[in-house]
Each structure stands twice: as structure tokens, then as C-alpha cells.
Design a protein around this ligand. Structure first.
Ligand code: URA
Length: 183
């Protein structure tokens, strides 16, 4: 698996998928506590993340920070990464070949960090990790054994910005996360 620094070094100046030709400024690897009990997995960097080199720093990211703080943790306590590490043009959805090339690096990050709880944010992360094509509405509301962790799928914070009424379900999911962490 290697250390996080070794996993990052293996990505290098990655050219494995077409996103390297489609305007990405930099690879957005991940951020946070390398020994975190709790890890969040998002979809892909957006424009702000592509500029700053850190996941979830734009508007959805500010909401994610609030979600983390709602269970009395900080961004420094947790680890945050994405399913794919480069920004898709125009923030389009990740394509299957991009996920296929990039996902092994996420899996190595998960194995290295060995979190107790993984929160999959939105359909792309949840479907990829759980190897299912079920819709997120069917996936969420349950918990899954995933490697040595419990995986909790929930709605993506960008979806919550459009659909604030879904925050109630995310709060239910986060209460379960807090319970699993035993904080
Ligand atoms: N949305 C994501 O899924 N990931 C980010 O890093 C930012 C927005």
C-alpha cells in the first residue's frame, strides 16, 4: 500500500486518463489526519479545489466543514479525499474510464488510513465503493461493512445546497457516524 506520501508519489504527474488533457491545473490528492477514524470520500475536485489543491474548499466544502463540526470534529481530525483526483471539465460527472484509472489510488488511501468509519458523499463515491448501480436514495439509510470499516453513504453537500430539505437525512446519518465513533 505504502505511506500516503508514497501513494501520492506513485500518482506523479498523472496521465493515466484523459483528464490530464482537459484543463486540470493540479492533482487534488487528499487532506487531513493520516490516522483519522473518520474519512470522507467525495466525487471529484471542482474549480476551487483545482486551484487550491485541496478537496472540498468551495461552497460545498464549506457545508462539509459545517457537517464535520456538527459532530464536534474539525477538518484536521478527519481525512478527506475524492474518488477521482482531477477536475472534470465544467464539473461534469466522472466517466467510467476515469473512475477505473483513479480508484486504485483511493483504495490505497483507505487502506493506509484505515479509518473506522467512511462516509461516501453522493452517488459516485457510494456506487464505486459499494460496486453497485443502485440509486443513492436506495443506497443511503443503511450501513455497509467495507474492508475493516463501516461505510455510511449520504447525500453530497452540493446536492444539499440545491435541496436543503435533504439536510435532515444527512444529519441522521451523521448522528449514526458519531455513535459508531463512540464520541
Ligand atoms: N465536490 C467533491 O465531490 N469534491 C470536492 O473536493 C469538492 C466538491
Amino acid at each position: 500500500v505504502g505511506t500516503l506520501a508514497e501513494i501520492r508519489a506513485d500518482l506523479g504527474d498523472c496521465t493515466r486518463c484523459k483528464l490530464h488533457t482537459l484543463g486540470r491545473r493540479q492533482i487534488v490528492f487528499g487532506v487531513g489526519n493520516p490516522h483519522a477514524d473518520l474519512m470522507f470520500v467525495g466525487e471529484a475536485p471542482g474549480s476551487d479545489e483545482d486551484i487550491q489543491g485541496e478537496p472540498f474548499v468551495g461552497r460545498a466544502g464549506q457545508l462539509l466543514t459545517k457537517i464535520i463540526e456538527a459532530i464536534d470534529l474539525t477538518r484536521e481530525d478527519v481525512y478527506i479525499a475524492n474518488l477521482i483526483k482531477c477536475r472534470p471539465p465544467g464539473n461534469r460527472n466522472p466517466e467510467p474510464d476515469e473512475v477505473a484509472q483513479c480508484e486504485p489510488f483511493l483504495l490505497r488511501q483507505i487502506d493506509r488510513i484505515a479509518p473506522r468509519v467512511i462516509v461516501a458523499l453522493g452517488k459516485f463515491a457510494a456506487q464505486a465503493l459499494l460496486k453497485t448501480t443502485d440509486p443513492i436514495t436506495r443506497i443511503r439509510g443503511r450501513e455497509y461493512a467495507y474492508r475493516d470499516a463501516v461505510l455510511i453513504p449520504t447525500y453530497h453537500p452540493a446536492y444539499l445546497l440545491r435541496t436543503p430539505s435533504a439536510k435532515r437525512e444527512v444529519w441522521e446519518d451523521m448522528k449514526r457516524v458519531r455513535q459508531l465513533l463512540g464520541h
